[in-house]
Ligand binder design. Structure first.
Ligand SMILES: Cc1cc2nc3c(=O)[nH]c(=O)nc-3n(C[C@H](O)[C@H](O)[C@H](O)COP(=O)(O)OP(=O)(O)OC[C@H]3O[C@@H](n4cnc5c(N)ncnc54)[C@H](O)[C@@H]3O)c2cc1C
Length: 372
């Protein structure tokens, strides 16, 4: 079996790597740049290069390029610590979800601006009492003529402060069982009644926020997909969140940089390096199988995220060990060490994903569900 890339993908990787180095040379770069690295300049540069929405169909204003090319480019952006939080959600999931469930009018209205890098988005899913259990959301949207009135609170909303729109999940039918009666909306973040309160994380960064909705009016045209039946849409969105290279390579450049400082004469250190380098290859093959649709994506994205984010935590542990007591003096290392618990929480916790793997892939008995 030949594991080599076709030549054109090697060339694309080289081109993307060189482009990222050049396009970020005058900008702030950070590990985990897809989520916490925000730069309007970089977003516009990426858009101009054609690498936002590159896989979207030509008919929707995309370039119709294969998913494998997005994989190659995204891996280079991650390794280059590109500040791409301004475009990552639209590129990874909001665009694809609108292509799958949005009306033609919504696709025409929202996709071109995402492609141009001038439309920033956040995801309003989690609430104080509904994180793992998305079906527990309490934010409501009640129809009032040609609009819905939204009330409630979201939390951990990444990028809310810099976003133009929120892709918001609301309860629209209070009588239905929890998994029914939910709908998804596009909400203009400049609407009256929205209050954003930043949350500072352990690393001192405040990319995520609490977002309060107080009598926020949303036009009926902004309902995405089916009224009262969005649970399947939400799950589809989570698959986009879980199966990609961003779950493996968020801190890979940090590993590569810190490896130079490791004592490679120490057999234990050598074992750790071997574990990490083979772990990256295994995780990368898992992601590739998803990208190439060689897996039932819905289920295997749970396996991929579990493996890959635990891998990212191993990297964090390794760089902390390499720096030793000096970890506190190295901002880049200490930032990653305190940030790393987030890897196995965001996008669905490892415990929840292990439940999915056990129940839906291995066919183990289901955990008892509360009666409703
Ligand atoms: C960096 C970061 C960015 C984020 N960005 C966003 C965002 O942009 N938008 C958004 O909507 N959300 C975002 N989140 C929120 C994230 O999706 C939730 O934190 C996550 O889904 C877990 O929900 P929770 O925090 O409410 O924890 P809980 O659901 O309360 O879980 C608490 C603990 O209990 C465990 N647990 C819960 N239920 C079970 C069960 N049935 N079986 C076994 N164990 C269980 C969990 O695994 C966890 O360890 C972000 C989170 C982080 C860390």
């Amino acid at each position: 079996m030949d594991y080599n890339w076709p030549k054109n993908l090697d060339e694309l990787a080289t081109e993307a790597g060189a482009w990222v180095a050049e396009a970020t040379s005058d900008l702030f770069q950070t590990d985990d740049g897809w989520l916490v690295g925000y730069s309007d300049e970089f977003t516009l540069r990426l858009a101009e290069r054609g690498w936002i929405g590159m896989t979207w169909p030509l008919s929707a204003g995309g370039d119709g390029r294969p998913e494998i090319e997005r994989f190659v480019v995204t891996e280079q952006l991650l390794l280059g610590r590109a500040p791409m939080a301004g475009s990552f959600f639209p590129d990874r999931q909001i665009g694809p979800v609108l292509l799958a469930y949005g009306s033609e009018e919504q696709q025409k209205r929202f996709l071109p601006a995402m492609r141009r890098g001038v439309s920033k988005w956040c995801i309003g899913m989690s609430e104080p009492d509904a994180g793992s259990n998305v079906a527990g959301i309490a934010t409501t949207a009640v129809k009032d003529g040609d609009r819905y009135i939204v009330n409630g609170q979201k939390v951990w909303t990444s990028g809310a402060k810099t976003s133009d729109f929120c892709y918001l999940i609301c309860r629209t039918d209070l009588e239905s069982p929890p998994h029914k009666g939910m709908s998804e909306f596009i909400v203009d973040m400049n609407s009256p009644g929205i209050e954003i309160r930043p949350i500072k994380d352990a690393s001192g960064d405040s990319h995520f926020n609490e977002v309060y909705f107080n009598e926020v009016a949303v036009p009926v045209q902004n309902l995405v997909g089916e009224l009262n039946n969005s649970f399947g849409q939400t799950m589809r969105q989570l698959e986009h969140e879980r199966g990609g290279i961003d779950r493996l390579a968020s801190n890979q450049r940090l590993y590569l940089d810190m490896r130079d400082y490791a004592d490679t004469t120490d057999p234990l250190v050598r074992q750790q390096i071997a574990r990490i380098e083979s772990g990256y290859k295994i995780g990368r093959d898992m992601v590739l199988r998803n990208v190439l649709r060689q897996t039932p994506f819905a289920q295997y994205s749970a396996i991929t995220k579990t493996w890959c984010t635990e891998f990212e935590q191993q990297v964090s542990e390794f760089v902390g060990n390499v720096a030793g007591a000096e970890t506190m003096l190295w901002n880049r290392v200490s930032r990653n060490v305190v940030y790393s618990p987030a890897y196995t929480i965001m996008g669905g916790t490892t415990q929840i994903l292990r439940n999915i793997i056990g129940e839906r892939i291995l066919g183990l008995p289901r955990e008892p569900r509360p009666q409703s």
